[in-house]
Design a protein around this ligand. Sequence first.
Ligand SMILES: N[C@@H](CCC[C@H](N)C(=O)O)C(=O)O
Length: 257
Amino acid sequence: MALSFYKYQGTGNDFVMVDNRKLTFPADDEQLVKHLCDRHVGIGADGLILLQDHPDYDFEMVYFNADGRLGSMCGNGARCTVRFARQLGVIEDVACFLAADGEHQASVERDLIQLKMNDVKGVERIGEDYYLNTGSPHYVRFVDNVRDLDVYEEGRAIRYNDRFSAVGTNVNFVQRLSENEIYVRTYERGVEDETLSCGTGVTAAALVTSMEGAQSPVAVKTPGGDLKVLFERSGDVFKYIYLVGPAKLVFTGSVTI
Ligand SMILES: N[C@@H](CCC[C@H](N)C(=O)O)C(=O)O
């Protein structure tokens, strides 16, 4: 069967997008998803996303990690899905959609997609580090020089330690650039490598930076580009969280599956 796909990227976090409104994609085929995301023998991406109809929402986003497994929330992927939905004519400039962690609102503002994230209730301290869930689980460590860090090795050491090896976690390394500006590099669970950007990770990093004195909005640089995180904070409870950044179509194509 011929599969038409669209390749999108949001600050360098890239996704194979499939219009699955007719439910023809074999979503239970883990090996197929893994193959399509493979950068040597497939299309190549950090994840695969199905856009599907839903009776109560504009659409549903079904996200798989590059390892083929069904994933939790993906912030950059969600921003790309909103852009994709607009391209398909499923939405105009605003959307209310369903993802793995529940309902989300989003709006398209020229090049930027503004995505409302779910409230975050509770941030755990682990030594000098932080652990929280922004739709996906994130470990956050502040470092002095993030550009020179071996994110692959240091990220794996945390992701596969006794606490996290079974369920896994994403691992974010954060350098404070100024009071309200940070640089974030992320080791992503399910990709099992550093990606150019991770939306839920950037969100997690911005929220914990506010626990160290930053104010909303926090400007975030990543190896793949710039994002902005807005929020309201009360202790370790965060509401009205918005992730803002670009999402772009890279190319379209068709593969035989
Ligand atoms: N790239 C994503 C994060 C995706 C989730 C992650 N791979 C996991 O398994 O937790 C993002 O932009 O949020």
